[in-house]
Design a protein. Structure first.
Length: 507
């Protein structure tokens, strides 16, 4: 009878509570899933580059005259957070004062950001910055060389629902600072103030790291990546201007692979799910069935709160107890078999109550599911592991699914896939702009585009981080070529761009 319940009733009983399907499970884990989707939308809305016009530009003199990351000699082990907080407060106050005069920051920003570059150097843009950004960005400029990004939100020891519901207003409001920086940087491009451009972009990348290190939560990291993507869009616009200096080494100074990395944040988010049972915090006291039942009911209540309605009401206590009881009945025999086959738990099986057995078996399955996916992420990147293939090897079989496998499939896998995919987009853009700058440096020496990317001189191209290989490049003449990158999202139809080298223009 237990086998029949396990195979039929239990998965469908728990599935609406734990996993309404991958899309719903994303919202259950944390707001980070919503941030991943928002980041993808933000990238989708960024105007696609259909044609790139490049102008030859050799290496700056000295080579590291321009840097998008502070030099080691300039860095200070001090916190930037007081200045970020002051900038956020001043920007928020400016927006509130504007609303009192029936002005709207978002509406004004969208109009300003849509202006072509030849119309950016205008009184309208300067007035926008004076109204919304001057005082805030003055404070933000102080973060440049302050490298201690520690920001302890004391999330250790909190329940899963408490972690999910923690408010991060500083993360959300930081987007406004990034927008203000982008507007001011575009104005610097239009006015050919290259030093000011570099300063604003560097501040933006620093803000990206600072926001990404808040928490630590995946929400923070993805918003940090979105801020960096805003700065990369500005760089892409700058390098197409005739008098823009070559920014290859400025980009290289950022070490973008580290800036955009989300693997540690993913592991922490997943650990929050595994810790929902808190089994490791309790001594193994044989016969402590009451404690085990409490932990199982607590698990069901936590999951119910994550899937609560708009009123914030989760499962009623009697329903949680009923579901936990059915779960114990259904999983008693397979849980005992699982623990008996485990070297770590085999000696405990005969002394454990049924509730303890199910509790510890569920925790073991959760840990195994987590580790089976995370283990591939810690291997060196040069091994080029097909992570998606490894993840999909652990498929969910609803005929034998328990709480651990449903949580793992419905929550871990969407988290890993969505977050890693979102993080690869800015890395790809970062590598693309470095490759374009390598072409401009090559053209300064040779007067033409390279025959192939592996013939670039004097600096190399970078690889497509999504394709895990070179960008696809084809020269059609000495001054024209096409370059194709891997699709950034399903249905991306603008992955191929044309490149034109503009000759004989004064610099």
């Amino acid at each position: 009878m237990q086998r029949i319940v396990q195979a039929t009733l239990l998965p469908w009983l728990l599935l609406p509570l734990i996993c309404d399907g991958p899309a719903e499970a994303q919202v259950m884990l944390s707001p980070a899933f919503q941030e991943a989707n928002q980041a993808a939308v933000a990238v989708n809305r960024e105007p696609a580059i259909k044609a790139i016009r490049l102008h030859a530009a050799g290496e700056p003199d000295p080579a590291l005259r321009y840097r998008f990351w502070p030099a080691v000699r300039d860095r200070r082990n001090a916190s930037p957070h007081p200045f970020v907080s002051r900038a956020l407060l001043l920007a928020t106050q400016a927006a509130a004062e504007a609303r009192a005069r029936d002005l709207n920051f978002v509406t004004s920003y969208e109009r300003i950001s849509d202006l072509p570059l030849d119309r950016v150097a205008s009184d309208e843009v300067r007035q926008f910055l004076d109204q919304y950004g001057t005082t805030a960005l003055t404070q933000l400029s102080e973060i440049d060389c302050l490298m201690d990004t520690t920001y302890d939100l004391q999330i250790e020891g909190r329940s899963l629902s408490e972690i999910v519901n923690i408010l991060l207003p500083e993360v959300q409001e930081s987007r406004q600072l990034a927008r203000l920086l982008a507007v001011r940087a575009r104005l610097a491009i239009a006015e050919k103030r290259w030093d000011d451009l570099v300063t604003d972009v560097r501040t933006g990348f620093r803000l990206s790291e600072i926001i990404g290190d808040l928490g630590p939560t995946l929400t923070s990291k993805l918003v940090g990546n979105a801020i960096a993507s805003v700065m990369l869009a500005v760089v892409g616009e700058a390098i197409q201007q005739p008098e823009c200096p070559n920014l290859y080494w400025a980009l290289a100074s950022v070490q973008g692979q580290n800036l955009f990395q989300v693997d540690e944040a993913i592991e922490l988010e997943i650990s929050n799910i595994v810790n929902v049972l808190d089994v490791g915090k309790h001594q193994r006291i044989a016969g402590d069935a009451d404690e085990a039942r409490y932990r199982l009911i607590f698990m069901v209540e936590q999951i119910g709160q994550l899937d609560s309605d708009s009123s914030g009401r989760g499962l009623a206590a009697p329903i949680a107890r009923l579901i936990a009881g059915l779960y114990v009945v259904a999983m008693a025999e397979p849980s005992r078999d699982l623990l008996a086959a485990s070297a770590e738990h085999a000696g405990d099986v005969t002394a454990l109550s049924i509730s303890e057995t199910v509790l510890r078996a569920t925790q073991l399955r959760l840990v195994r599911t987590r580790d089976d996916w995370l283990k591939w992420m810690i291997l060196p990147a040069e091994l080029e592991i097909d992570l998606e293939e490894k993840l999909w090897a652990n498929r969910l079989d609803l005929r034998t699914a328990d709480a651990a496998s449903i949580i793992g499939w419905g929550t871990f896998l969407p988290l890993l896939q969505a977050s890693r995919t979102a993080s690869q987009r800015p890395i790809q853009q970062y590598h693309l702009w470095m490759t374009m700058e390598a072409m401009r440096m090559h053209a300064a020496d040779s007067g033409e585009l390279p025959q192939s990317l592996d013939q670039l001189h004097p600096v190399p191209a970078l690889h497509d981080s999504i394709a895990r290989g070179p960008f696809l490049y084809q020269r059609t003449s000495a001054t024209t070529a096409t370059l194709t990158h891997a699709q950034r999202w399903s249905g991306d139809r603008e992955a191929t761009m044309s490149i034109e080298l503009i000759r004989n223009e004064s610099r």
